[in-house]
Write a protein that binds this ligand. Structure first.
Ligand code: ATP
Length: 864
């Protein structure tokens, strides 16, 4: 935007005029017009791939390139048929791959949209929450601790505002902001009266006038320089890639040897031996493992998002499967976060909330303080603000006191915002010719800061205990005179005690059941709260977290412990109360050092480090700050503990499905290799033509593999212990069953091969081996559904995509076997009906044998 001089050198009023805005912000009509004119407030993402590019990338695989080379060589040598088949198969495979990748990216994109930040702006004079992308120049944005700054702008108003600008300037400490004009040229980091897109508010409050959005921000200027952050691979993908690499090297050596033997010892045609070696490598190397993981994970995230858990990092889905400890906040996550004031303690008396009376001179100062020292608003449009504070404002409303009237009468001149470390909040007001500080906060903290008469402290503690035992959250209120409006944290001392207000925040109805599910699934639920230990214990006991034999402690207890002591201590504790964010990090770390995989919830600015430390950081979508969401791997759109447990269930199921796909691919490949090895060891003719292997591997195999990734979720996973943190997917028993199943399918294929050789000759042998391997692998999809037998159960039929994949595969195979031109193209020959019947018989037979083996394994496991 062109201005005669720099934004920081001009007054807010001046800029408001230039941008044709006012103290009440823009009208929604004008905002819509500007959105049209300036475009959405987002950084243009460099490097977003077109579908065509994704399609082309499918050919960038080492093996596919070799195949293309092979096709070219075939063409040159006049073997046009092979060329056509190879190219057709590669193209169809690329189309399949493109469709899957585009779908996976679309679901990841929609996830990104879901976790996109929002902004509070003034529109038509009132504060409304809108998606950050709709913010336009001229908007006035309201900021508070934890918010993400969504655009660049000039501060109009500022109360102890601090922002973290490291993303932009590299400065690691939060920068203190001020609304005053700054003269002269100053570097970005010193433009204290401006805020910038991509930074976060760590403390305080403020309002700014938007001067630049989207690419027209400081962030936008450097966005072009930022490399588009490529999605990091998940640990599972990394380990599969490593496994795949090792396997590939082994297979390439094997294929090289086979090639050498065919040419040198058997004197086969170099070209066809080469083609066969390449096809075998393609068929045997499980190149799709890592991409299967991405596809299945991204499908999983879609289901999870529908169930209120938005995944921000793909790793989180995988990690969820092995979570063994869930550390959860209490307020809002285990409880409803619908606070209602139940009791007051004022003037030495306990008074039920319904008897509160603003006209009573004893109660009036307490009730007034409750309205003044609060940022919440309650009006016909709803409630805005922290539920603790809306409860206080509602108390006033119930007695006909309008918060605005009270706040008009005693305007706020200064403040010390709430923070969960200090557990206090203060505001400054003009009062009786001077100034008054009104403070509210946790009772234990407040008692040390108020001047009390003899016995008074004990009495207040006793009342606090009584309230807390009922699960009530108790706040203390106090005030003191001030000489000026300038306040610092020291002023929150030597105060006059006004009274206590106790409110109820009932547990969520579903918390108890979710906790029980957690425990049944071998997961330890732990409550970590800023609230009082007695209040927390009462709620924790009610929902089953605090059980006999475990204890509730205050966060301070762990301060004196060494890391080792803490590690030994954590298993005994189910509730940590009065916890500060630093305690959270230590608790997470102690559990991790014990080998646990920890999910931890958080909402505040200070929770970000603990969310990052946890294996799965879980941020609250409704009450959580943008900072917390940014640090988390998963965001709960309903802030509900039960959603975490549901997400764990989904995570376990997704993991199991990935295993199914991998098992399917590896064991099928194994069968192919074993058959080829068998034939070459016995000096038999080659059992498959190169195109056969390509057909199976690139066409009929991909669909069942994906379909297995979509296997319907089961409850069963929640009756098992969590997977050990370090356990990879390729465990010895897993690989053993892959080997065994591969062997069974190979035996069926070899029998088919011999039948063909015997009753029809070499070509019939290859056709039989190809068709039997292909069909057996299609049937094998059903084997991979479960560790136990599924034949003759309803489960056999419950995966529709798998049934579809089977049908498509079987139709393709039949087409190749019965339509003469295809038959010729695919180097298959017509078979006598007896041989034709042997194919399904052998394929079904191998499935039945594998089902029997599964039944035996289940028996043996039960017996041991
Ligand atoms: P959880 O950690 O389970 O979400 P919490 O909401 O109690 O629990 P904090 O928000 O850190 O955790 O609050 C800690 C304590 O600070 C509360 O127990 C209460 O005594 C006090 N407190 C909470 N909100 C306010 C507020 N707005 N003003 C003053 N004091 C507050």
């Amino acid at each position: 935007m062109k201005t005669p001089d720099q934004i920081w050198q001009r007054s807010g009023k001046d800029l408001l005029d230039t941008l044709e805005s006012g103290p009440g912000g823009l009208t929604s009509h004008e905002a819509a017009r500007r959105l049209e004119r300036y475009g959405p407030n987002e950084l243009r993402e460099g490097g977003k791939k077109s579908t065509f590019r994704i399609f082309l990338e499918q050919f960038a695989d080492f093996l596919v390139i070799i195949l293309i080379l092979a096709a070219v060589v075939s063409a040159v040598l006049g073997d046009v048929e092979s060329t056509v088949v190879i190219l057709a198969v590669i193209t169809m495979n690329a189309v399949l791959g493109t469709v899957q990748t585009v779908k996976a990216e679309a679901s990841l994109d929609s996830l990104k949209q879901m976790s996109a930040p929002t902004a509070k702006v003034l529109r038509d004079g009132t504060v409304v929450q809108i998606p950050g992308r709709e913010v336009v120049p001229g908007d006035i944005v309201v900021l508070e601790a934890g918010d993400a700054v969504c655009a660049d702008g000039r501060l109009l108003e500022c109360a102890s505002l601090k922002t973290a600008e490291s993303a932009l300037t590299g400065e690691s400490l939060p920068v203190e902001k001020a609304a005053e004009v700054i003269d002269g040229e100053v570097p970005l980091g010193d433009r204290k009266n401006m805020v910038f897109s991509g930074t976060f508010v760590t403390y305080g409050r403020g309002r700014f006038l938007v001067t630049g959005t989207g690419m027209d921000t400081e962030m936008g200027k450097i966005a072009a320089l930022l490399k588009s952050t490529s999605e990091k691979k998940t640990p599972l993908q990394v380990s599969l890639d490593q496994f795949g690499k090792k396997l590939s090297i082994g297979i390439l050596i094997l294929c090289g040897l086979l090639f050498a033997v065919s040419v040198l010892l058997r004197g086969e045609n170099v070209m066809s031996a080469f083609l066969f070696a390449v096809a075998l490598a393609v068929a045997a190397i499980p190149e799709a493992l890592s991409s299967i993981v991405t596809i299945v994970l991204s499908f999983g995230t879609r289901k999870m998002a529908k169930e209120h858990a938005v995944i921000r990092k793909l790793q989180a889905v995988e990690g969820l499967g092995s979570v063994s400890v869930i550390c959860s906040d209490k307020t809002g996550t285990l409880t409803q976060n619908k606070m209602t004031v139940r009791q007051l303690y004022v003037g030495g008396r306990i008074i039920p909330a319904q008897e509160a009376n603003f006209k009573d001179p004893v109660q009036e100062p307490l009730l007034r303080a409750a309205l003044l020292c609060s940022d919440a608003t309650v009006n016909e449009k709803g409630e805005i603000g922290d539920p603790t504070e809306t409860a206080l404002v509602r108390l006033g409303e119930d007695f006909g006191f309008d918060e605005l009237d009270v706040r008009d009468q005693w305007p706020r001149l200064g403040e010390l915002p709430f923070d969960s470390d200090r557990k206090l909040m203060s505001t400054v007001h003009r009062f009786a010719g001077g100034y008054m500080l009104v403070t509210k906060g946790a009772v234990d903290v407040m008692l040390d800061r108020t001047v009390l008469g003899p016995g008074e402290r004990e009495e207040i503690e006793r009342v606090n205990q009584t309230f807390s035992n009922q699960g009530l959250r108790v706040l203390a209120f106090a005030c003191r005179r001030l000489e000026s409006t300038e306040v610092s944290l020291e002023e929150e001392n030597n105060m006059l005690f006004l009274g206590l207000i106790a409110m109820m925040d009932p547990p969520r109805a579903e918390s108890k059941e979710a906790v029980a599910h957690c425990i049944a699934a071998g997961i330890r639920p732990i409550m970590i709260t800023g609230d009082h230990v007695v209040t927390a214990s009462a709620i924790a006991r009610e929902i089953g977290i605090l059980t006999p034999g475990t204890q509730a402690v205050e966060g301070a207890v762990i301060e004196s412990m060494t890391d080792q002591e803490l590690q030994d201590f954590v298993p005994q504790v189910s509730v940590y109360a009065r916890v500060s964010p630093e305690h959270k990090i230590r608790i997470v770390r102690a559990w991790q050092e014990r080998g646990a995989l920890v999910a931890m919830t958080g909402d505040g600015v200070n929770d970000a480090p603990a969310l990052k430390q946890a294996d799965i950081g879980v941020a609250m979508g409704i009450t959580g700050t943008e900072v917390a969401k940014d640090a988390a791997g998963m965001v709960l759109t309903d802030d509900n503990f039960a959603t975490i447990v549901q997400a764990v269930k989904n995570g376990r199921n997704v993991y199991a499905n990935i295993r199914r796909s991998i098992q399917f691919l590896l064991s099928g490949n194994m069968a192919g290799i074993l058959t080829v090895l068998y034939a070459s060891l016995l000096a038999l003719p080659v059992p498959f033509a190169a195109v056969h292997l390509l057909f199976i591997n690139l066409l009929t195999d991909s669909l069942p593999a994906i379909a297995l990734g979509l296997e319907p979720h089961t409850e069963q996973v929640m009756h098992e212990k969590p997977r050990p943190r370090k356990e990879g997917i390729l465990t010895k028993p897993f690989l053993a069953s892959v080997g065994l199943e591969g062997l069974v399918i190979a035996v069926g294929t070899i029998v088919a091969f011999h039948l063909g050789l015997r009753y029809g000759g070499e070509a019939a042998g290859a056709t039989m081996a190809f068709a039997t391997l292909c069909l057996s692998r299609l049937f094998h999809g059903f084997n991979c559904k479960a560790a136990e037998p599924v034949l003759f159960t309803r489960r056999f039929w419950n995966n529709k995509p798998l049934l579809g994949a089977f049908l498509v595969g079987a139709l393709l195979l039949s087409a190749v076997l019965v339509i003469p031109p295809l038959e010729e193209l695919m180097q298959a020959v017509a078979l006598p009906w007896q041989l034709g019947l042997a194919i399904p018989a052998l394929a079904v037979g191998s499935m039945v044998v594998i089902q029997l083996l599964k039944a035996i394994r289940v028996r043996l496991r039960k017996a041991s």
